[in-house]
Design a binder for this molecule. Structure first.
Ligand code: ZN
Length: 138
């Protein structure tokens, strides 16, 4: 079952969070999901070539939010602003509308597709992306 595989991926990311650390000399912001109480501090560092050199987070919250944070850091690291914007839009469609993007590779974050059916958890899955909005996307 694809659902089981997806659930396992979410649990695995929430237990073993990728890039769960601070960045020395990085910029950071705090972000809170008002719906569920999930909290995160997002760290990032741009490289001289306009590429996100490093992205990390420190956070606490439900498994959906922590898995989504972990997946986000893997997706955006090494990407340009334009690429991150495209991913941001694709994640919004995936979670809010349940639409999988054909042209953008969301990697492990595709496993969050089922969250579409859980309206109360939309903000959990989108938390790291909303944090990016506040950080530099919007
Ligand atoms: Zn949550």
């Amino acid at each position: 079952m694809l659902d089981d595989l997806y659930r396992q991926l979410i649990m695995e990311h929430s237990r073993t969070k990728r890039n769960h650390r601070e960045i020395d000399n990085g910029t950071h912001i705090h972000y809170k999901n008002p719906t569920c109480g999930d909290v995160m501090t997002l760290y990032w560092k741009w490289g001289p070539d306009g590429i996100l050199e490093d992205v990390s987070f420190v956070g606490e919250g439900c498994s959906i939010s922590m898995a989504s944070c972990s997946m986000m850091t893997e997706m955006v690291k090494g990407r340009s602003l334009e690429e991150v914007k495209a991913m941001r839009g694709a994640m919004e469609k995936l979670i809010r509308e349940g639409k999988e993007p054909g042209e953008i590779d969301l990697g492990d974050a595709l496993s969050l597709a089922g969250v579409h059916r859980l309206r109360a958890r939309h903000n959990c899955a989108l938390m790291p992306w909303q944090a990016l909005d506040r950080a530099f996307l919007k």
